[in-house]
Write a protein that binds this ligand. Structure first.
Ligand code: PEP
Length: 250
């Protein structure tokens, strides 16, 4: 049985007090409804220390939205994997399309970030996904395959076994457009085949999350697909009731 995961990517939203309120609401609703999926929240860096304390003993895991591609030193403005581990993060989102698009996140940088994360006991939630023009040109399979090969194929099997993947078609992120459940299943299955081609049976245990305008009204259908193991949720993770409703959609 693969792990079911619902992770909330808050992006650059909420002040610290808004973030505390949101997390407290999530914890209250979680207690009431006991969703089966593992829940993860990924607030901004400034909130991590405070939210880490609120999450203690709750069963909700903490993630950052990025980490540095160096371990320490003269890298002004960066936050390292070891700092994130020390503050209580268990996960780190890496390669989100917004980072690839706006901050020059290349596969070469992501190789370093994935390795540093793993070496510091953080589980990477490694994001992949094609742009609209790539989907329209029917290139989505080759795009995700390349993103996977460039970053994950250099891992040894022991490290690969810890990876979580998030398939997020760029045309569906924050746009209100969602992949159909058939589109999600088709490409998640393909991703698993690509992983299995390199890592064999281990790929059967890799959680592959869907991300892109996932909300309470469409989560159940998407999560019902055999190769979809949960969701990476942006906008809807900022409303506690929606986030929990998505987590209950399995
Ligand atoms: C995301 O940014 O990871 C995401 C899936 O965003 P949204 O749910 O808002 O489309």
């Amino acid at each position: 049985m693969r792990k079911k995961i619902v992770a909330g990517n808050w992006k650059m939203n909420t002040t610290i007090s808004e973030g505390e309120l949101l997390v407290n609401q999530i914890l209250t609703l979680k207690k009431e409804s006991q969703p089966e999926a593992e829940l993860i929240v990924a607030p901004p860096f400034t909130h991590l220390a405070t939210i880490s304390k609120l999450l203690q003993g709750s069963g909700v895991a903490l993630s950052s939205q990025n980490c540095a591609d160096e371990l320490s030193g003269a890298y002004t403005g960066e936050v390292s994997a070891s700092m994130l581990n020390a503050v209580g993060c268990e996960y780190v989102i890496l390669g989100h399309s917004e980072r690839r698009e706006y901050y020059g996140e290349t596969s070469a940088k992501l190789v370093k970030k994935v390795k540093l994360s793993l070496a510091n006991n953080l589980t990477p939630i490694f994001c992949i996904g094609e742009k609209l023009e790539e989907r329209e040109a029917n290139k989505h399979f080759e795009v995700v395959e390349e993103q996977i090969k460039e970053v994950l194929f250099g891992l040894d099997p022991e490290d690969f076994a810890k990876i979580v993947i998030a398939y997020e078609p760029v045309w569906a992120i924050g746009t209100g457009k969602t992949a159909t459940s058939a589109q999600a299943q088709e490409i998640h299955k393909y991703i698993r085949e690509v992983l299995a081609g390199k890592f064999g049976e281990l790929a059967q245990n890799t959680p592959i999350l869907y991300g892109g305008s996932c909300k309470p009204s469409n989560a159940a259908e998407i999560f019902a697909q055999p190769d979809v193991d949960g969701g990476l949720i942006g906008g809807a993770s900022l409303v506690a009731a929606d986030f929990i409703a998505i987590a209950k959609a399995f």
